[in-house]
Ligand binder design. Sequence first.
Ligand SMILES: [Zn+2]
Length: 333
Amino acid sequence: MANLKLYDPFEKMQFSDATCFLCGTTITKEQRTPVFGEWMQQKYQLKNKELLLLDKSVSTFGELTIPCCDHCHLNHIIPLEKEVEAATEKGVAGMQELNEQRLFQWIGKMYYGTLVTELIKEADPLISPEYPVSEDPKMLGKFRSFYKVLQSLRVPMVFSDFVPCSIFIAEINPTEDDLPFEYQDELTTMAFSIKLGSVAIVCTLLDNGIILKALGRLNRLVQGQQLHPIQLAEVKARVFYAAYIFSVVPEYFERAVKPGDDHLIMDTLIDDVTNEVFNPWEMTAYAHMLEEMLKPWSIREEDILQNPKQPLSFLIDEDGNFMRMEKYQSIRS
Ligand SMILES: [Zn+2]
């Protein structure tokens, strides 16, 4: 019978270099797996590329590894990385064809990799961070919920009628795109984005697809289009801002296992009766987020809010149609 028992490191806060991140087995310090797949590091020359960690320390993409037993590394991580690598070779179509649950696991592994690195550091008595995430009960509850569905990477699991996350996939126009690789994640809101060549993925990790539904119009508008990098920045701002005001945490429950079962079935519940799903949208907060994303183009909040009712957009024109853009023309020309 398949081993369908879930591991929960949050129960006893088992975060150390001697514990496999995925199954909890005790391991040696040498047993680790890269957070960013080797193939990706090679293809985009990431080994020595700098990466800012949560505690503001600087690491490199190549250095970031997490404790992982050989069994999990060989049987769960490597096949996943191979599958995603093969999909990326087919460009945006390959990514769209990829099973959503696999894509969730792949993004989830990178997100969790940076999170677990922080949790391991915080568990070290010699390090006392200013704002430890491990002492924030609300965040821990969120991480724990997320970890339960991330276990699908190891334990055969079927999500009954949901995908835990929202995934936006877009194709980038090469004309003014000079960044072959781009990566961003936000620990608290669980928003994530990665760009590999011409394919960009923006994801919110623990919303059961609600943000994708809420931004359905935006998603339909960009499908089949080639986005200018500034348009991708705006998509990111909209999705990251939605994650910022998203205010519920889905809970997950595994159904009782019967003899002979070869997978778990996971059900979910979102309490949208006592809680509003989204906090109110605040234009200045959104403008601030957009300003952050538009930094490379030096566009300021006052530019964005020139018409306070209709913030600056590079994606959608006044009639609600997609704005085709190959070259960016400065808004101050
Ligand atoms: Zn393991």
